[in-house]
Design a protein. Structure first.
Lengths: 452, 290
């Protein structure tokens, strides 16, 4: 008797709590709807300001703007109208869905309502461009409280309406939404890199862009073959130096070192991995570049800012990656392999190079690929030592990598020049994706091999 | 003694050679590190004074050569980025380890996390610039830099947290469930506290990444060096971190005095990185003991 009473009591309490949540959610969405009739956005010119309500944004054709030289009708983008209307409609839909007891769907509606201000934020930039094209530069777009209110209350409404389904359900939804952030960001990054890189590719022509050997921003000649080749040669050079040293260091750590020496080498590798790339660049700029300049056989042939300097710095930078991944791979080789080899009379050194290393092959290879990824994407260290002249790669010549090509000119570029830089970003992105996918492929293959 | 006796230790030139090579490689690694550390610290540490780290900087006025604004900017970026990325990262890790069943969603989350960790920071910079600075109209500001960095460090946090969540013994969870706790309470009350050291490691690693980052911040948080005049005002304006300060001063330094600023900044950065590295070790050790 007692327990059932308590249960009833709990049940009753829960029902009341749910009713409160529903009512609050409805009240919040009512605020969103009411705010539609209040100033949503304000255009501030030098001396005047025009507030527009959501209703006006959705219905008026545009604003007549009278500039000093030109005047014209600035239309409000269709997407902005849709977003503003959608915010209200979705809030209304949320109320209805709550009333007919479909809280999950109401939650979805509220989330979408909360997203609409972001859409209008993005799309109103067209207005700014349109006004600026009328030679009026002093325009500022301010967003007023209904904007924030739709954003915040939409999300709050979604949380409240999902909450009526119980805390567990709410928590799971929140975890799920957050875990999709990484998927969303990769999608958005891919889309934006393609969208902002494609126009330049179309305008310049893929062939001219990829295989053009000249980069002359002032006369709009954009060919990035020298940068592509420099990036590739630089990466290969770094790998040629970095892999033997890295692999041997990994062998030292996992196979031959006595514990005391390993205690010195391992933290050294860890610390190398943590040093910011700017510091590598700084060190290269002050030590390696002058060293190359004054190295007797090179003297007079180079300023020191060269592909060689970049290769040396990159080789140091990929070391920790290669050491760490290779060491893990070497340690994963079963002891029985080594024992079998030693029992057959092979020396420890032969065992390492004929048995352990081949067995750890796929792990070492994935370390190398990670190193390639790091080298090809490195910017700041390279920019400080490579000289940055877009020449064809020569060991002692000044070169520009894909990454440094972007970083060098981004700050002052405009128009097609800037689009061309984004197109370099696209090319780099494709390179990295190839590296990434081959990494995934190889590490998967390694897992399969180990399973066999 | 005959030379081919079983008891005689053969010296094989090839083996010796390879052994020497192995030791040489390990030696090179250590020497490179010591060289870089030594060079930067020897030249930079004498320049670190209280005045250096507590006064503002100005490109116009050569008397103002402190790095206080950069320290504050770096701090702002670290704190705000963590505030954004840590909840998202931990939630993702919880979802992946505690709720999700193997399926397309989980596979795509794992794949994208992998991809994100492989994207070079300059691409993040370009992306952050187009999306946060231009599209969301944040201009070149510290906030835009933080949002960009949050995506950068997300994979680190997700992966490290996930590992530590997985290492919590199932029996703990089962015990709590058997006592009648709901799933959420089990996660927040048992699993997450047990995995806390792992989460802490993730955070420290992320801080290291943020402190060392430069390419992603160059276009997003910019290279302003004004002294902060209030939190909200500062995060909406451009501000350089220590790394970008080093980059700018090193590239534009024409006088030895200007070079000293770069050396001082580099030394401060190295010391920070070193401290973070030690902190990671301490935490990992505590985990192993506990």
């Amino acid at each position: 008797m007692q327990t059932s009473l308590t249960d009833e009591h709990v049940e009753q309490k829960r029902a009341i709590a749910n009713r409160v949540k529903t009512i609050v959610a409805i009240a919040l969405s009512a605020v969103i709807i009411v705010s539609f009739f209040f100033p949503y956005i304000r255009f501030v010119f030098r001396d005047t300001s025009y507030p527009l309500t959501g209703l006006q944004l959705a219905t008026v054709r545009g604003m007549m703007v009278y500039g000093p030289q030109m005047s014209g009708l600035v239309t409000i983008p269709l997407l902005t109208r849709i977003a503003v209307i959608a915010g209200v409609v979705l809030a209304l839909a949320g109320i209805v869905l709550l009333l007919v007891r479909k809280p999950v769907w109401a939650g979805v509606a509220y989330i979408l309502a909360g997203v609409t201000p972001l859409v209008s934020l993005i799309t109103t930039s067209n207005i700014q461009t349109a006004v600026t094209s009328l030679n009026i530069s002093e325009i500022e777009i301010q967003y007023l409280w209904p904007f924030l209110c739709t954003l915040a209350f939409g999300i709050a409404g979604a949380i409240l309406s999902l909450w009526t389904q119980g805390t567990e359900r709410l928590a799971q939804s929140i975890f799920k939404v957050f875990s999709c952030v990484s998927v969303g960001s990769v999608a958005v990054i891919t889309i934006y890199i393609i969208v902002s890189g494609a126009p330049a590719l179309a305008e310049i022509g893929v062939g001219n862009f990829l295989f053009g050997t000249e980069w002359e921003a002032s006369s709009e000649i954009f060919g990035i073959l020298p940068m592509i080749l420099s990036s590739i040669v630089g990466t290969i050079g770094a790998i040629i130096i970095g892999v033997p040293v890295g692999l041997l260091t990994a062998i030292f750590l996992s196979e031959t070192a006595n514990p005391i020496l390993a205690k010195i080498v391992r933290p050294a590798v860890e610390l190398l991995a943590g040093i910011p790339s700017v510091i590598y660049g700084f060190f290269g700029m002050l030590v390696i570049v002058p060293a190359i300049r004054t190295f007797p056989p090179f003297q007079g042939h180079t300023t020191g800012d060269s592909l060689l300097a970049a290769i040396i710095i990159l080789a140091i930078m990929v070391l920790p990656t290669i050491v760490n991944v290779s060491e893990t791979a070497l340690r994963a080789v079963p002891v029985s392999y080594r024992e079998a080899s030693l029992a057959l009379g092979a020396t420890p050194t032969t065992t390492i190079f004929k048995v352990t290393v081949p067995a750890a092959k796929s792990g070492i290879l994935s370390g190398v690929i990670l190193g390639v990824g790091r080298a090809i994407g490195e910017t700041m260290a390279v920019i400080m030592v490579a000289g940055n002249v877009p020449n064809m790669p020569r060991l002692l010549g000044s070169v520009r990598f894909l990454t440094t090509g972007i970083a060098m000119e981004m700050s002052y570029s405009t128009g097609l020049h800037r689009q061309a830089l984004f197109a370099i970003g696209l090319v780099l992105f494709v390179f990295i994706m190839i590296v990434n996918i081959s990494f995934t492929y190889i590490s998967k293959k390694g897992v399969q091999m180990d399973a066999n | 003694m005959p030379t081919n006796s079983l008891y005689c230790k053969h010296s094989r030139p090839k083996d010796t050679f390879l052994k020497v090579l192995i030791n040489l490689a390990a030696g090179i690694t250590v020497v490179v590190l010591v060289g870089i550390l030594g060079y930067i610290l020897v030249n930079g540490v004498p320049y670190i004074t209280w005045q250096f780290i507590s006064t503002p900087y100005s490109e116009m006025n050569p008397d103002q050569k402190g790095i206080l604004p950069m320290i504050i900017n770096t701090l702002y970026i670290v704190v705000i980025t963590l505030l954004i990325a840590v909840p998202i990262g931990i939630s993702s890790a919880i979802y992946l380890t505690q709720y999700a069943k193997q399926g397309r969603l989980v596979r795509s989350i794992r794949f994208t996390t992998e991809v994100l960790s492989g994207i070079p920071s300059i691409i993040f910079g370009l992306f952050g610039y187009t999306v946060f600075c231009i599209l969301f109209r944040l201009q070149v500001s510290i906030l835009a830099g933080c949002l960009t960095m949050a995506i950068c460090i997300l994979p680190t946090i997700v992966r490290t947290t996930e590992e530590s969540l997985l290492s919590v013994p199932t029996s703990y969870k089962e015990g709590a469930l058997a006592l009648g706790a709901g799933k959420l309470r089990v996660i927040l009350g048992i699993v997450l506290p047990c995995a806390m050291p792992g989460v802490l490691t993730a955070v420290i690693l992320a801080v290291g990444r943020i402190v060392g980052e430069s390419a992603a911040l160059l276009f997003t948080s910019g290279i302003g060096y004004s002294m902060p005049r209030g939190f909200f005002r500062q995060i909406m304006t451009s501000g350089r971190t220590l790394t970008l300060h080093l980059y700018q001063t090193a590239r534009e330094a024409s006088t030895p005095d200007a070079m000293n600023i770069a050396f001082g900044t580099a030394a401060v950065l190295l010391i920070l990185v070193f401290l973070l590295n030690c902190l990671t070790k301490v935490v990992t050790k505590a985990v192993k003991k506990g």
